[in-house]
Design a binder for this molecule. Structure first.
Ligand code: PRT
Ligand code: MG
Length: 217
């Protein structure tokens, strides 16, 4: 019996993947918010969950540290997706990538005038491609967290960040001025594992596929 290792990040991805795992007959036996363990057992002796940072999920699966994982499309695009089979859009952990500025910053005018825009973001690939397609020249500042702070401190004119309810932007007097793309989480599979552990992985992929939440409008 070969072991299947599933990479998940704590928080919304873990929480929203649980119902899909249940559909595959897999129950995680410990609560990651309470346990300090990084490897969680499941009710199935041949399936275990490894807890990694959200941005590390594609890397774990690419190099075979995990056979399968769940990761946001944002993270997948920034990683590049090399070596990953991406069979399913799970339609969970939905949000969007947007451009936001201080409410007193005239973004439309800055773009119209062809000004150089200082952009702070964790999503440099997504941001570069978006502004290049619009013909906007940008100076990119790479950040790893709290993008919302950048325009408030003068570090940047604009941020490119994930938005869900919009409450975080509002609380920091920022406004969304462009929607770049819709985001959801994907199932990613190591390509070698898919060949070597084909039957058990196919069972998990098929069970997930049949349990994906219906599209809401
Ligand atoms: O938080 P940490 O630094 O540990 O890691 P992470 O932010 O990479 O992980 P996590 O678990 O927060 O996010 C994992 C994935 O969830 C992301 O890659 C997205 O695909 C997805 N997701 C869905 C979100 C959100 N919704 C979301 N709202 N990830 C982050 N947010 C943040 C956003 O960055 C912003 O700070 O929530 C804030 C905005 O939320 P609203 O509701 O105020 O608009
Ligand atoms: Mg986060």
């Amino acid at each position: 019996m070969s072991m299947i290792t599933l990479a998940l990040s704590k928080g919304r991805i873990f929480d929203e993947t649980l119902p899909l795992l249940a559909a595959a007959g897999i129950e995680v036996l410990e609560d990651p918010e309470k346990s300090r363990k990084l490897i969680l057992p499941t009710n199935r002796p041949d399936v275990r969950v490894v807890l990694v940072r959200a941005t590390d999920v594609p890397t774990y699966v690419e190099y075979g540290g995990a056979d399968i994982g769940v990761t946001g499309k944002d993270t997948l695009i920034e990683h590049g997706g090399q070596g990953l089979y991406q069979p399913l859009d799970l339609r969970i952990a939905k949000c969007r990538v947007s451009v936001a500025v201080r409410s007193d910053f005239d973004y439309a005018q800055a773009v119209r005038q062809g000004s150089r825009l200082k952009v702070a973001t964790k999503y440099t690939s997504i941001a570069r491609e978006f502004f290049a397609a619009k013909g906007v020249h940008v100076d990119m500042v790479k950040l790893y967290g709290s993008m919302e702070l950048a325009p408030l401190t003068g570090l940047a004119d604009a941020i490119v960040d994930l938005v869900s309810t919009g409450n975080t932007l509002k609380a920091n007097q920022l406004v969304e001025v462009a929607r770049i793309m819709d985001i959801s989480s994907y199932l990613v599979v190591n390509q070698a594992a898919l060949k070597l552990k084909q039957a058990p992985l196919r069972r998990i992929i098929d069970a997930f596929a049949s349990a994906i939440p219906a599209e809401k409008n």
